[in-house]
Design a protein around this ligand. Structure first.
Ligand code: SF4
Length: 373
């Protein structure tokens, strides 16, 4: 039970899983040409005086001079036009179980195709995908896929959903938006896993075509956001409220890092805020940190710390509390908050049994929030 398995190590182990699920490979080869050298015209920006462009896609609202890029390194001012440099250029497409997002309340156990590109609008010192998220587009060799080509590949791989994650999908907003719109027409479920830094208007527009969102709530301490992620807490809280108001399914991830955000009083404050603003039925995942990137001097999160966070969340009234990145922990599974029956049995990211019937507990008929069919 004390073995941590994060997304990156899971990816390494995934080939066997992919074969058993009938996928040809978790890493797909390039097939459909897309994306010119000029990039794709971006959405959500305005021109200001003196040839500057203001990008309005995320909380940073970068002012970008002619020929320069925003903080995320993938949006460039070209002669007064903002261009996305990653449209049609995913760094990879990858087939995973949906639980790996993590997304536990959405048709458990189905195959999901994950899309990602280079770069990010945060600078998290602990990022487990830093080799992709902290790279400029030139530093990786991308695939070439149109949004329609990505949807076709999803169907070909027998996946039921498409998620946008691994790096921050805000930075490839235009591609995600087009993929989600096409995917909905083909009857696929659509998801994104975000750091929550997207501005309200694009998030509201995107939510029209999403079924579910996983949001990293990294800490309830603004200092953590400032010093560890070069970001801000407030916009993330705003995004969480926007998603909740949209009625789309929402799950939260709180990666607990020893000494940085493991203060139990902060975790209690966070749980109270979630209950008050998003509701006690919002699933929350307390996940285990493993030493990464600029945080290799820190230890793995003790399992007891994750359990203390879980106990606090439950005591505050949260109904669906999970422990993540700990293989075989009982809190990998979903339990009915009314009668206690185990509803979805999991070991880490593998769904073993699903007892939910028509979105309800088969024992006491309690309605379980999520997308179940
Ligand atoms: S998406 Fe990129 S360019 Fe736009 S505001 Fe955010 S960091 Fe700046």
């Amino acid at each position: 039970m004390d073995v941590a398995l994060n997304r990156r190590s899971f990816i390494k182990k995934f080939l066997l899983y992919g074969l058993s699920m009938g996928a040809t490979s978790p890493f797909l080869s390039s097939s459909t040409q897309a994306g010119g050298s000029d990039g794709q015209k971006a959405m959500f920006f305005k021109k200001t005086d003196g040839n500057l462009i203001q990008c309005e896609l995320c909380f940073r609202q970068c002012l970008i001079p002619e020929g320069r890029r925003g903080f995320c390194r993938v949006r460039e001012n070209r002669k007064g036009d903002l261009r996305s440099l990653v449209y049609g250029k995913p760094a990879g497409l990858q087939v995973d179980p949906i639980e790996l997002e993590p997304m536990y309340h959405m048709v458990p156990g189905h195959k999901n195709l994950c899309v990602y590109t280079a770069s990010c609008n945060f600078r998290c010192k602990h990022c487990q995908n830093w080799s992709i998220s902290q790279s400029a587009p030139e530093q990786i060799r991308p695939l070439r896929y149109t949004p329609g080509g990505i949807v076709e590949e999803t169907l070909k791989q027998g996946c039921r959903s498409i998620s946008h994650s691994i790096n921050e999908p805000t930075v490839f907003f235009e591609m995600m938006y087009d993929v989600a719109r096409i995917a909905k027409k083909k009857g696929l479920l659509t998801l994104c896993h975000t750091n929550g830094g997207m501005a309200k208007e694009p998030m509201t527009e995107l939510l029209k075509y999403l079924d579910g969102v996983t949001v990293d709530l990294k800490s309830f301490n603004p200092r953590f956001y400032r010093e560890i992620s070069e970001a801000k807490l407030e916009p993330v809280l705003g995004t969480l409220k926007t998603i909740r108001q949209s009625g789309k399914h929402l799950e939260i991830v709180n990666l607990i890092i020893p000494t940085l955000n493991d203060d139990l009083a902060d975790i209690k404050k966070m749980c109270r805020w979630v209950i008050e603003n998003l509701g006690q039925e919002t699933p929350i995942h307390f996940t285990r940190f493993s030493p990464q990137y600029k945080m290799t001097h820190l230890p793995h999160t003790p399992i007891r710390t994750l359990e203390q966070a879980m106990e606090i969340a439950r005591a505050e009234g949260m109904k669906y509390v999970y422990v993540g990145n700990v293989v075989g922990h009982p809190a990998n599974s979903t339990y009915c908050p009314q009668c206690g029956k185990m509803l979805v049995e999991r070991s880490h990211f593998i769904m073993l049994k699903n007892h939910i019937k028509n979105g309800r507990c088969p024992s006491c008929n309690e309605r379980i929030p999520g997308v179940w069919s």
